[in-house]
Design a protein around this ligand. Sequence first.
Ligand code: FAD
Length: 469
Amino acid sequence: LCSRTSSVGKEIARNIIMALRSVRVAIIGAGAAGLAAARELRGEGHVPVVFEQAAGVGGTWIYDDDDADEEEEEEEEEEGHHHHSSMYASLRTNLPREVMGFLDFPFYSSAIINGDPRRFPCHEEVLRYIQEFARRFDLYGLIRFRTKVLLLNHLNKHKQQWIVRCRNEEEEEEYEEEFDAVVVCNGHYAEPRLAHIPGVDSWPGKQIHSHRYRVPDPFLNQVVVIIGAKNSGGDISRDIAGVAKEVHMADRAAPAARKLLPGYHNLWLRSMVERADQDGTVVFRNGGGSVKADVIMHCTGYKYRFPFLLPGNDKDDSAVVTVDDNRVHPLYKHVFPPRLAPTLSFIGLPFKVIPFPLFQLQSNWVAGVLSGRIQLPSEHQMMQDVTDLYSELEAMGWPKRHTHCLKYNQFEYDDWLADQCGYSKVEDWRKHMYDAVSEKKKLCPETYRDEWDDHHLLQQANQDFQKYL
Ligand code: FAD
């Protein structure tokens, strides 16, 4: 019943399965992960309630061009009220839509309703797709919008039930509610991580994080140093180069000698920043020279943050999870804290992955474990698995902050989840297409979104999608 054959057949079959055990589950967040969780949990016979602080679904994909007063925004951030979205106006996806979509809900072009037909569409198109997913699977009725979860607490240590404390912004009221389980889907692209730059406190220029970047206009005629050359750093550098005087993209892996990027007169790749001086100079490492800059933009990623979890106490090990150098500890297979499994779980923590299919597989796993359809190992075995993972990472010389990076083993992880759930493995065309695009992106960062040669994979994908029509 659970193998991925036809979406409609499967949906019907799943809805008529009497779950072994049905529980009330709080889901925090109505981004792609929270919606996938809501669908899978309900399909398994559970009763999910989704808490979403925003007024709509989509999370990261809700573009927010709110040009709030900068000082006001800084104050808000200091108080922990972050704008959730990190989208910028020009953003197009870095994955082709065929790869990116949920496993049984293809990300077709919405061109017929004035959408964006491109393979790597703009952010508005992704939001439309997520909204369509919520409509198609009738999820809106499960969501409490403008309701922020403030605190999670154990109702009873033995029964492992949870009290969710939240605030409804509409009614301006706080209330508490009991749940059998909680699934955390709060996203991890909202809390900026800044590069440490010696001397920057007395450097007179302006610093911002890519989280707050929207459009290039404020950088007209400026000299901008961008730290980081990954997805956001690469895209934003090119965006800004259209108006700025000079853009210097600093990358840890770049050689000392600066390199002008092909097709530009003002965009250089530089070695990493070594320090910033009082006279406005930014100095690059390894004798890579210096530049007088107006702005440093940190495209340096984000931190995991769970402000609604009590920090606990180191002495009695009472913390639900800890976040140390971006390692969320301890989590069995990046999802379950062994001591609290299965009543607490986290969806969507891995990065360098194809997110939506992974959300779907993790969610199905959580739903199946909660109903008793799928068994977890003992707490001790799960802890051992966590410890083994840390030893492997250490042996590879990876820092803690790469614990949830699945750059080299996402498909192995996906297939392991699929196996647990009784799903078929992730399609071969999806794996090959992902690899082909990653390679193309490295070779042709300017054009990979508009020129491709994986036509045979595209054909296989479109054939495969026919069964979900
Ligand atoms: P989010 O989308 O962040 O959703 C989390 C939700 O939780 C939000 O709606 C938030 O309001 C809510 N929330 C948080 N805290 C609370 C609380 N206390 N109470 C109530 N609600 C709360 N992925 C791709 O597949 N392709 C791409 O091309 C791509 N490009 C990206 C570009 C950028 C700049 C960024 C930042 C990310 C990109 N991603 C891309 C990754 C993207 O984040 C994921 O695709 C996905 O949208 C993450 O979904 P999520 O549900 O985990 O988190």
